[in-house]
Ligand binder design. Structure first.
Ligand SMILES: NC(=O)c1ccc[n+]([C@@H]2O[C@H](COP(=O)([O-])OP(=O)(O)OC[C@H]3O[C@@H](n4cnc5c(N)ncnc54)[C@H](OP(=O)(O)O)[C@@H]3O)[C@@H](O)[C@H]2O)c1
Length: 265
């Protein structure tokens, strides 16, 4: 299926690894030019060079902290990029650390809110009017299955991401946006095999006295499909959400969790 995205420009946060890289790869495979952001330059530049040579698209690496205003300005002022005229924005950054809610002071909360709520909001504010003027836009926020099924030790994530989810639910349905070809959806990962899951895997490996590969299988068996998710398949669903075909889908929270969420709705 041709997703109708050839020649469009996408901004992808957290794009040097994991789910962000999965999204950047799937979009580049559809002929989309990508501006990829992560703080560490080396992995990011290698990933961008790979996408550019593999798919013949422009893949620009911006080594910056997307959760800061300066980082976002570095993206918008890249000499070879589209400025603020992105057709697709995939918001993503690292998740907040786990912990005990008693220990989270104001600074910890502001950091979590900055990364997982206020940065996506700022990116939407910066790019949406151009999308509306051109009559096409796709915004995909990478959130977490914990928005639907909270995880107690991830309270910073549960709280900050729920704030973003509430904001998006309203904006996406605003007729001035929804009727002008711009969709906003959230993709909710369950357990994907990325660096983010490394701690879980090493704890399981220690607990059962097995290798990391064995631990991966043990954790995988707790999920109905019997395995961890692959960042490539996450990226492909993201690319579909960005497609012309997905124009009637907006304001949704889409779980990609191998069936782990136990509810009917
Ligand atoms: N993997 C899962 O199973 C899972 C499940 C639920 C939710 N999530 C959420 O999904 C998001 C992506 O997770 P992941 O598994 O793909 O993580 P990952 O493999 O650790 O990759 C994170 C990516 O984001 C970049 N990054 C982190 N902080 C950044 C910042 N401030 N500015 C720019 N780039 C930044 C990292 O590069 P640098 O470190 O070089 O900046 C890296 O490219 C996270 O918010 C995570 O909490 C993941």
């Amino acid at each position: 299926m041709d997703l109708g995205l050839k020649g469009k420009w996408a901004l992808v946060g957290g794009a040097s690894k994991g789910l962000g890289l999965g999204c950047a790869t799937a979009l580049a495979a559809e002929g989309v030019h990508v501006v990829m952001v992560a703080r560490g330059a080396q992995a990011l530049e290698e990933a961008a060079a790979r996408l550019s040579s593999q798919y013949g698209v422009k893949a620009l690496a911006v080594a910056a902290d997307i959760t800061t205003e300066a980082g976002r300005e570095a993206v918008f002022s890249h000499a070879e990029g589209p400025g603020r005229d992105f057709d697709i924005v995939v918001t993503n950054a690292g998740g907040p650390p786990p912990g005990n809610f008693r220990d989270w002071d104001r600074e910890a909360w502001i950091k979590a809110l900055d990364a997982n709520m206020l940065t996506p909001v700022a990116l939407i504010q910066a790019t949406i009017d151009g999308m509306l003027a051109r009559g096409f836009g796709r915004i995909v926020n990478i959130t977490s299955s914990s928005v639907k099924a909270p995880i107690d030790i991830l309270g910073l994530s549960n709280g900050a991401r729920s704030g973003l989810t509430g904001f998006v639910a309203g904006v996406a349905r605003n007729p001035e946006i929804a009727a002008k070809g711009v969709t906003i959806n959230n993709l909710l990962p369950g357990r994907f095999d990325t660096d983010r899951l490394a701690t879980t895997l090493s704890k399981t490996a220690q607990q059962h006295n097995v290798s990391t590969d064995e631990a991966r299988k043990i954790v995988g068996k707790t999920i109905p499909v019997g395995r961890l998710g692959d960042p490539a398949e996450f990226g492909q669903v993201c690319a579909f959400l960005c497609s012309r075909q997905a124009a009637y889908m907006t304001g949704q929270n889409i779980l990609l969790d191998g069936g782990a969420y136990p509810g009917t709705y």
